[in-house]
Design a protein around this ligand. Structure first.
Ligand SMILES: [Zn+2]
Length: 176
C-alpha cells in the first residue's frame, strides 16, 4: 500500500491514513470520502488569511486545563472553509456556545463560535464554505475562531501541525 506514495514523509502519512481506513466500502458507507483522495493527508486553514492568536497547548492530563485547539484571528460573520473533506456532524449550542463540527473519517474538527446554514449530515469538500463566525463563545468573543481537532479516541490533536504538514511534503519533493 505504501507504494502508492512517493517519498519518505509522504509514505508515513499515507500508511497512517490507510491503516485507519482499511476498507473503502466501510468508509463510504459512513459518508466519508477522504480515502478516495489517496495520499492527501493534510488540511487547509479554515480562514483565508490565517493568523494564530493562541496556539495549541495540550493539558498534561485530560482533566487539566489547557488549550485544546488553535485560535485564529477572525471577525464576526467571516466565512469558514472546511479544512478537509467530511460531513457536518453537529451544529448548535454546547453549554451556551455556538459550535459546528465536521467529521473527517476518524478525525473531528470543532469550530466555535460558529453557525452554519447546512443541515447536519451535509457533505463538504476541502475548502468548501461550510459555516461562518457567529454566536457566543467563552474565549473567542468576536475576534477569533477556535478550531479543535480530535481523533477517534477523543484525544486532542494540534490542527496547526496538520496544516503545516503540506509544507513538509513540498520541501521533500523539491529535494528528491
Ligand atoms: Zn481556543
Amino acid at each position: 500500500m505504501a507504494r502508492i506514495c512517493l517519498v519518505g514523509g509522504v509514505a508515513v502519512l499515507c500508511v497512517a491514513a490507510l491503516t485507519l481506513m482499511p476498507y473503502r466500502t466501510v468508509a463510504r458507507a459512513r459518508g466519508d470520502t477522504a480515502p478516495d483522495r489517496g495520499c492527501r493527508a493534510t488540511m487547509v486553514w479554515p480562514v483565508s488569511a490565517p493568523k494564530v492568536t493562541e496556539a495549541f497547548d495540550p493539558p498534561p492530563q485530560p482533566w487539566n486545563p489547557g488549550h485544546r485547539g488553535v485560535d485564529l484571528a477572525a471577525s464576526d460573520g467571516e466565512t469558514l472553509l472546511a479544512p478537509a473533506d467530511g460531513v457536518i456532524a453537529f451544529a448548535g449550542k454546547v453549554a451556551g456556545k455556538s459550535v459546528v463540527t465536521i467529521r473527517h473519517g476518524t478525525l473531528t474538527s470543532t469550530f466555535e463560535p460558529a453557525e452554519t446554514d447546512l443541515p447536519v449530515g451535509s457533505g463538504v469538500e476541502q475548502g468548501d464554505r461550510f459555516a461562518y463566525v457567529a454566536g457566543a463563545s467563552d474565549h473567542c468573543d468576536g475576534a477569533c475562531i477556535h478550531w479543535g481537532l480530535r481523533n477517534g479516541n477523543d484525544a486532542y490533536l494540534d490542527p496547526q501541525a496538520r496544516t503545516e504538514s503540506r509544507k513538509i511534503v513540498l520541501k521533500m519533493v523539491t529535494e528528491s
